[in-house]
Design a protein. Sequence first.
Length: 47
Amino acid sequence: MNGDLVAPSVKPGDRVLVEAHAGLDIKDGDEKYIIVGEANILAIIEE
């Protein structure tokens, strides 16, 4: 790690598989989100 910024490998709306108990649950009105670090993403699910 050298401090360089790197673009994320996922984009909003992508379906991903994450490690158990990873992430932070956030609620915005009726919407629910889970904030997850990219290191906790195991796979991107293709439809």
